[in-house]
Design a binder for this molecule. Structure first.
Ligand code: NIG
Ligand code: FE
Length: 419
């Protein structure tokens, strides 16, 4: 809905109820159109009960400013929808800086994984940490993401690899959401790596991981199910079994697909009406077509691409041609993407994958929300959640232009000040 229509639609309600807040004067990048930033100069943003009540030009406001809202914020700069980081492993313990050094000396990610390092070394650290310690170590990462504009965050399990430790990770993810009063969407990724106690019995491990899922779901800890479908992860057949279990429980799926080789992962995720297929450097034409048919979002993870010094690009042109929505996420994890800024991931998506800054912004907002199955955020429009970021810049392309820096003036999630 164009901003002008949205303003008219809310006028009746405005007459009777004051808004909780009104931000005036900034340029709005609403993204509320098929293409373009949806820029509104000298904009106004009003919200009430956590939802946007007005999005449009200041001179279209339906009344006197003081009568409209309890709190009025005069602003300049830019306002965008709150950023949505739709793929992270931000809950973990320890770090893998030593592996970074090994890779710089020539060892590959796969070699390190096959030698028992990689994901399994983080599994050791997570198992050794108490729930409180895991929370303590994970919180600064979440805070860093929030400070650079994130207002909704996905966090995966996958470094516990047994019932108690997967549960511990998911509980920490939920606790972080409660602490900051933001939506943390949790994804069950027990099928991330084979734990030592199931060595040579990947099928047995998948059976066990399928068995833990109903209890974790019953505890309200699981919003979606993911797997690592790869030579050093799980086979398409094992992934399929995990997805069937998810489907039987009514849980949506997403997949680490075709990152290091083409195992047909993106198509597999699409055939389960997956929310997203993520990484997808090696995804074939058929995979892209399947994603287009099933509305599966392509989640691009340029941080992992960058850190692993990959050269194989995701099929960006084919995704565009097939109109597959592209999201961008940090993949924040201790191995392939120790990346603490979604804006930095947007920058990498532009430089490495040649996304336009507009695609990158849409990818970190509207399309990222879709990758989490969330239809109530990602654009600035009346009736959507009041999740937005106030930036100290003039134009949205600057979000991808600056490397690092402190650009976010502040953010609101559900109409409450977040940072
Ligand atoms: O998305 N590919 C598998 N999972 C993560 C890496 C996890 C790790 O290395 O700890 C990823 O890149
Ligand atoms: Fe990942």
């Amino acid at each position: 809905m164009p901003a002008a229509t949205a303003a008219v639609a809310t006028e009746a309600a405005v007459a009777t109820e004051r808004w909780d807040g009104l931000l005036l004067g900034a340029t709005l990048a609403t993204l509320d159109a098929e293409t373009g930033y949806g820029l509104v100069e000298d904009g106004a943003l009003g919200w009430r009960d956590g939802m946007l009540a007005y999005v449009g030009p200041r001179d279209g406001l339906p009344g006197e400013i003081d009568a409209l809202a309890d709190e009025v914020i005069e602003a300049d700069g830019l306002v965008t929808p709150g950023l949505v980081d739709c793929h992270t492993h931000a809950v973990f313990a320890g770090d893998r800086a030593a592996e970074f050094e090994l890779r710089l000396q020539g060892a590959s990610y796969e070699q390190i994984a096959r030698a028992g390092g990689g994901i399994l070394s983080t599994v050791g650290a997570v198992r050794a940490a108490s729930e409180a310690e895991l929370l303590r170590q994970s919180e600064p990462r979440v805070l860093a993401l929030l400070r650079d504009g994130v207002t909704t965050l996905e966090i995966k399990s996958g470094y516990g690899l047994d019932f108690d430790n997967e549960r511990k990770m998911l509980r920490v993810a939920r606790a972080l959401g409660e602490r900051y009063r933001i939506d943390v969407r949790t994804t069950y990724l027990a099928a991330h790596a084979l734990p030592p106690e199931y060595k040579d019995d990947a099928d047995g491990y998948i059976d066990a991981a399928i068995g833990w899922l109903p209890q974790l779901q019953a505890e309200g800890l699981v919003d979606a199910v993911d797997a690592f479908c790869e030579g050093i992860g799980f086979s398409p057949a094992q992934t399929r079994r995990m997805f069937e279990a998810a489907r039987a429980l009514g849980l949506p799926v997403k997949l680490h697909a075709d990152q290091l080789s083409d195992l047909g992962g993106a198509a597999l995720a699409a055939h389960f009406d997956g929310l997203s297929a993520d990484h997808i450097e090696y995804t074939s034409d058929a995979g892209v077509r399947a994603m287009a048919e099933h509305g599966t979002v392509a989640v691009l993870l340029p941080g992992a691409f960058h850190v692993l010094r990959e050269t194989r690009l995701p099929p960006i042109e084919r995704l565009r041609a097939q109109r597959v929505p592209m999201a961008v996420a940090t993949d924040c994890n201790p191995g392939t993407a120790p990346l603490l800024s979604l804006r930095q991931a947007m920058q990498l998506a532009c430089t490495h994958f040649r996304l336009t800054p507009e695609e990158a912004l849409r990818g970190a907002t509207q399309h990222a929300a879709k990758a989490l199955g969330l239809a109530d955020r990602g654009v600035l429009r009346t009736g959507m959640r009041a999740d937005f970021v106030h930036w100290r810049i003039r134009h949205p392309a600057e979000l991808c232009y600056w490397l690092g820096g402190d650009l976010a003036h502040g953010s609101f999630a559900g109409g409450r000040r977040l940072t």
